[in-house]
Design a protein. Structure first.
Lengths: 57, 169
């Protein structure tokens, strides 16, 4: 259950912090060649890794 | 030789054509300026070239490489947006270290305007201080071409002159 909440918390945190509040800060990552799709994918992957780790504990 | 080639850029909002068949080219090391009224599409054109705005049509090429999205333009094209883009809650020193290659870091870290700000965070800086750091980051990045959207936004006349000289260098 805690692991599943991580899978939701990470995208929610990114959405509220970057998409709503600080959208311009994406340009820091864009200038490093990291696209929006890559950033969202990494957020989901990190959430998934947390889920798997907590499932194994 | 590297050349930025922008061709056939067309963009419209709500059936109103903002950009129609724009053609611009620039040699590496050259400086081109865009002049126009508010709302004429200058920033939109720069965003289309960088890849963050979707146009109806565009053709962007640097040297022999066609740029279709942000990832294609990595190390080729960088963009300074109108407003502050540095992430909060990270020290300026860390932001510089993360953004720049090892060989370019030293120049920025030892810059007279940056040195006193290294241990501060983005949210603790004034608009002018932020702008100068952003410009130095973009200029010293590995990109062959840089797009500066209103680089003098919120800077004092003294800093403005400094930035102009820095860009020319």
């Amino acid at each position: 259950m805690i692991g599943l909440s991580f899978l939701l918390i990470a995208p929610f945190a990114q959405y509220s912090f970057y998409e709503i509040k600080n959208k311009n800060q994406y340009y820091y990552y864009y200038n490093l060649g990291i696209s929006n799709v890559m950033l969202w994918t990494s957020t989901f992957v990190i959430g998934l890794i947390n889920l798997l780790i907590l499932m194994m504990i | 030789m590297s050349k930025l080639h922008i061709d056939s850029v067309t963009k419209s909002y709500n059936n109103k054509i903002i950009l129609s068949d724009i053609f611009v080219s620039c040699e590496k090391g050259g400086i081109k300026g865009l002049i126009g009224r508010n709302g004429s599409g200058k920033s939109t054109l720069l965003k289309i070239v960088f890849g963050t705005e979707k146009p109806e049509s565009k053709f962007i090429r640097i040297g022999n490489k066609v740029i279709k999205n942000i990832s294609d333009g990595r190390n080729l094209i960088n963009y300074l947006p109108q407003n502050n883009f540095l992430p909060n809650n990270i020290s300026i020193k860390s932001l510089i270290n993360l953004f720049l290659e090892k060989e370019n870091r030293k120049i920025v870290l030892e810059n007279e305007n940056v040195k006193p700000l290294l241990n501060k965070k983005n949210q603790d800086l004034s608009g002018g201080e932020r702008r100068i750091i952003e410009i130095l980051l973009i200029i010293h990045s590995n990109a062959k071409f840089i797009l500066l959207d209103e680089p003098f936004n919120g800077v004092s006349p003294v800093v403005k002159d400094y930035i102009i000289e820095y860009i020319k260098k």
